[in-house]
Design a binder for this molecule. Structure first.
Ligand code: NAD
Ligand code: DAU
Length: 349
């Protein structure tokens, strides 16, 4: 197949591109990415010369350009990850999220529909989404594929909207699709605006660790390579017009996770036990902060046989090691525009 992967220079997309290029020599992979602040070709440097790989620099909000690449390369499949992905940025600039996450997705759907012209044999549009579309949980319960959508942030509202468009194109035009909703990822190449890489970076630099509110918010963490494995499996074996939730049954309150991270970092840095925890600073809460996310991954476990390959302890250790071994990457992405973002976001710190 000729497969278009969008957002393949970003955090999750780079792991998906690497997996498809290396595990599937039978496919040709076209990685289309606008290289926003979150996109970085360094993330996929190891496979840039692979025979079955082509990079396309382009913006999914540009409808004419998207139509032209579909015509030129005649894709059979799409794995769509390109998005604005950070909740805090969506609170300060919602329209950027509408443009990329909603208009960009509809541009891709239109281009696929125009190219495939109702001949859907061997074709597939895979939309990568998030558990945040389900809104927030109370103290108990899990998100299943039947949980009604109730997004609370501009980011999750834009992702929910894109999910609805994908389903609508399936219902209205018969476009073959699969959709997955995954929990919080962590791992190598994670951009240091998100909790885990931001705190690893700040601990190294001995800067305050800005915990929002009282820190009693819960997230369900999955190692990014396990997400990429799930995407590979669902793309090849998932049933048409189905949704699969992806998660590792691995819930952590932010404050508990941060304390574990501090302990592991103290050991790694050879600092006295308890020194990183002294950097914890409670700051102004995120507006509309969802209390708890937790995924019920029974469907993908039982129907497709997927389960995480690493424990949280292993995944976190691999992640910390990666950030230590790649401090140049960290220094590069935290220079320039990042500093400006940081000052604005953590002004009340
Ligand atoms: P990211 O922000 O790290 O990367 C996004 C990538 O998309 C970047 O390479 C960026 O350059 C590219 N991009 C952004 N706007 C674009 C545009 N207009 N045209 C072309 N490319 C553009 O994001 P991520 O964390 O890797 O998330 C990838 C996908 O997975 C997103 O759709 C996100 O909603 C979803 N998701 C993320 C998580 C998570 O924990 N990070 C969990 C579940 C689902
Ligand atoms: O659940 C999946 C989602 O996970 C993805 O769809 C998003 O793209 C991804 O960014 C992530 O969203 P979160 O908002 O959960 O991730 P973030 O790392 O921004 O925050 C995790 C938790 O940590 C959340 O409760 C907010 C809190 N937090 C975050 C930051 C950046 C802090 O307490 N302090 C911080 O500085």
């Amino acid at each position: 197949m000729k497969i278009l992967i969008t957002g393949g220079a970003g955090f999750i997309g780079s792991h998906v591109v690497r997996r498809f290029v290396t595990k599937h020599p039978e496919h040709h992979i076209y990685n289309l990415d606008a290289l926003t602040y979150a996109g970085n070709l360094e993330n996929i440097k190891d496979i840039e010369h692979a025979k079955n790989y082509t990079f396309l620099k382009g913006d999914i909000t540009d409808a004419a350009y998207i139509q032209s690449v579909f015509e030129k390369y005649q894709f059979d499949g799409v794995v769509h990850l390109a998005a604005e992905s950070h909740v805090d940025r969506s609170i300060t600039d919602p329209m950027a999220f509408v443009k990329t996450n909603v208009f960009g997705t509809v541009n891709l759907l239109n281009a696929a529909r125009d190219l495939w012209k109702g001949d859907y044999e061997g074709k597939r549009f895979y939309h990568v989404s998030t558990d945040e579309v389900y809104g927030t949980l109370g103290a108990t319960g899990l998100f299943t594929e039947e949980t009604p959508y109730a997004p609370n942030s501009p980011y999750s509202a834009s992702k929910a909207s894109s999910d609805h468009f994908v389903r609508a194109y399936g219902e209205t035009y018969g476009l073959p699709y699969v959709l997955t909703n995954c929990s919080n990822n962590y791992g190598p190449h994670h951009f240091p605006e998100k909790l885990i890489p931001l705190f690893i970076h700040n601990i190294i630099e001995e800067k305050p660790l800005p915990v929002y509110g009282d820190g009693n918010y819960t997230r369900d963490w999955l190692f990014v390579i396990d997400h990429a494995r799930a995407i590979d499996l669902v793309f090849h074996e998932g049933k048409n017009a189905e949704t699969y939730n992806i998660g590792g049954f691995n819930e952590w309150k932010n404050i508990d996770l941060v304390k574990v991270l501090c302990t592991l970092m103290d050991r790694k840095l050879g600092r006295a036990e308890g020194s990183s925890a002294q950097l914890i600073t409670f700051v102004k809460d995120r507006p509309g902060h969802d209390l708890r996310y937790a995924i019920d991954a029974t469907k993908i476990n039982t129907q497709l046989g997927w389960q995480p390959s690493v424990t949280f302890e292993e995944g976190l250790a691999k992640t910390i090691d990666w950030f230590f071994d790649n401090q140049e990457w960290l220094a590069n992405v935290t220079s320039g525009a990042y500093q400006e973002y940081y000052q604005k976001q953590y002004v009340n710190e």
